[in-house]
Design a protein around this ligand. Structure first.
Ligand SMILES: [Zn+2]
Length: 287
């Protein structure tokens, strides 16, 4: 009798396991992942994965490996930043896995163009991050209809938090003595627009690309027109060119995060934006 009951329990457990098969949702890189942690909070049976390993930074040079395609096989979707951030590997992915749904977070966001085309760093702006979460929520709700209500509510709650963050940081940065900055790579036009900063120059276009001596000289010349124009490095940045520019211009060096890495917590976006705002305050307050 006992044995029969045990078998029944085992069978029931097996069946429940099969019925509760997890859905895998893959994010292209860290900023998308942090947003997804919020949009999919408390949504059952979803496993989140991230394509780019920790330390990748932006995806400017990211190429897919065979293992990445295996990880995407059977996934419900790939969530991308869009705006060109994934352009290095999207053509290959579309060819290899034409049926994989893509959720584009930057759909409908006003994009900034510079000498190097559309700038993809849209997430470095709290209001954009809110819109990205709404886009993500819309895409995921369609793909996971049984959790649509929860996903939509999560996305709206995150967007509201982003509006609050924008208001908080805008107020915090209202009294800056100057607003001229030099950033490490060209990641901050949306951030600068949000807080009324003037990016005088960027040390390099993409983080892995060392600037030529001529580019460095031009940056030094441009900075000389500004009495106060602090330089902002990034975690893990190659600092050779930055050090030369700092030495030539006498400007101090601080660090801003492009939020392409972090502790993975759902509130890491807000924490990183607050740290960035604190750094700006330190660097640009009058004294
Ligand atoms: Zn970048």
């Amino acid at each position: 009798m006992m044995k029969k009951l045990l078998w029944t329990l085992c069978l029931a457990a097996l069946l429940m396991g099969a019925a509760r098969a997890e859905t895998t949702v893959v994010c292209s890189f860290y900023p998308v992942r942090v947003l997804a942690e919020n949009v999919l909070a408390d949504v059952p049976e979803v496993r989140l994965e991230t394509l780019a390993p920790a330390g990748t930074g932006c995806l400017h040079d990211f190429q897919l490996l065979p293992g990445d395609l295996r990880a995407l096989d059977g996934a419900a979707c790939l969530i991308i930043n869009g705006a060109g951030m994934e352009d290095q590997f999207l053509p290959l992915l579309r060819r290899e896995m034409p049926a994989l749904p893509l959720v584009d977070c930057s759909a409908g966001i006003a994009l900034t163009e510079d000498d190097h085309g559309v700038n993809p760093h849209v997430w470095l702006n709290a209001l954009n991050a809110g819109q990205m979460a709404l886009n993500m929520g819309e895409g995921l709700a369609a793909l996971l209809p049984e959790s649509a209500e929860k996903i939509t509510a999560n996305a709206a709650a995150f967007a509201a938090r982003m509006q609050a963050l924008h208001d908080e940081l805008t107020a915090e940065l209202a009294g800056l003595a100057s607003r001229d900055i030099v950033t490490f790579h060209e990641a901050y036009p949306y951030f600068a627009a949000e807080f009324g900063l003037n990016v005088v120059a960027s040390v390099t276009v993409e983080p892995d690309e060392a600037p030529s001596p001529r580019m460095i000289a031009e940056t030094v010349e441009r900075i000389r027109a500004y009495p106060r124009c602090p330089l902002f490095s990034e975690p893990g940045a190659a600092t050779d060119a930055l050090s030369v520019i700092a030495r030539e211009t006498g400007q101090p060096v601080y660090e801003l995060s492009p939020i392409t890495d972090g502790n993975g917590a759902a509130d890491d976006y807000e924490a990183a934006m607050r740290r960035n705002a604190d750094t700006l305050k330190q660097a640009l307050s009058g004294d």
